[in-house]
Design a protein around this ligand. Structure first.
Ligand code: AMP
Length: 286
């Protein structure tokens, strides 16, 4: 892979990398298309990275179908499918790990304490292997996108990080390889995540500024389905992920909910009405 990347770079070709864990869906393919638009050569990696899974998580159960993935990527005109083995990525004697101080202390990092260190480590390895000019990540994993951007800035990596919007099913459910774990009857429970976020967007667009009020509505929406168990529902600063209490600027809402065996995550921007329209809206309120 490195030799191929060096050859492309000598020819002046622009390389894009889309890192994935496979079992591809339309969300992944949207990132591949973003990569295609921005680069001459597209590399997609598929690697279910063991170092980002904690004990008792779904490493063994994680869905895999490399043949189908290969066909989908071929149809997208991807140049290289990079599919390393765990032994190639972490050979005997391997002992290096990248860690970040603060971003992983929020949201998913609380219940998955080793996750983002594992992500940062495998991403920096993939960047050094595929040598891309740009790498594309989904906003679906918003905290991951921030972690990668932060690492690239902090370690002066010469690569542009591009974020792609979340692709959803027609009913609003954010596409995820882990949706494969959902039983038919669990769909209504899974849909509460996107419903809670859509309600929150509306509440904030209509002028609600108290994060606690918006969070309480989201919790009620999610708990209206018996099969849900909330890990977190947060409204936070879109850069630091620190909790915020007053929504007086664009912020991020993120949630993680267990539905049966699946742990689902989703997030959205919350945009308060702009000052002029909120002033006029207040003026109209008796
Ligand atoms: P994964 O295979 O789940 O590790 O995801 C690989 C990449 O695809 C990550 O950058 C994810 O954020 C992104 N991704 C996953 N689901 C979606 C989605 N529904 N829409 C857009 N991007 C996604």
């Amino acid at each position: 892979m490195q030799a191929q990347a060096d050859a492309w770079r000598r020819e002046g070709q622009h390389i894009a990398l889309v890192p994935t864990m496979g079992f591809l869906h339309a969300g992944h393919l949207s990132l591949v298309r973003l990569a295609r638009e921005r680069a001459d050569r597209v590399v997609v990696s598929i690697f279910v990275n063991p170092t980002q899974f904690g004990p008792g998580e779904d490493l063994e159960a994680y869905p895999r179908n490399p043949e189908r993935d290969r066909d989908l990527l071929e149809a997208e005109g991807v140049d290289v499918l990079f599919l390393p083995s765990t032994a190639e990525m972490y050979p005997e004697g391997y002992q290096t790990r990248v860690s970040l101080d603060r971003l992983p202390q929020h949201l998913c990092g609380v219940s998955r304490p080793i996750h983002f260190g594992g992500v940062a480590t495998v991403v920096i390895k993939l960047l050094h292997i595929a040598k891309p000019h740009l790498a594309v990540f989904g906003e679906k994993d918003y905290q991951q996108l921030l972690v990668v951007r932060r690492m690239v800035r902090d370690l002066n990596l010469d690569v542009e990080i591009v974020g792609g919007p979340t692709v959803r099913e027609a009913d609003g459910l954010a596409m995820s390889s882990r949706n494969a774990y959902l039983a038919e009857g669990q769909r209504p429970a899974a849909l509460t995540l996107s419903q809670a976020l859509a309600n929150a967007r509306k509440q904030v667009a209509e002028g609600e500024r108290q994060a606690a009020v918006v969070i309480a509505s989201a919790v009620a929406t999610i708990q209206s389905e018996a099969e849900t168990a909330i890990d977190y529902v947060k409204i936070c600063d879109p850069e630091t992920l620190e909790d915020i209490s007053e929504i007086d600027r664009p912020v991020r809402m993120a949630l993680a909910v267990r539905v049966g065996h699946s742990r689902l995550i989703d997030n959205t921007a919350l945009l308060p009405p702009n000052p002029s329209s909120s002033a006029s809206a207040q003026g109209e309120t008796p």
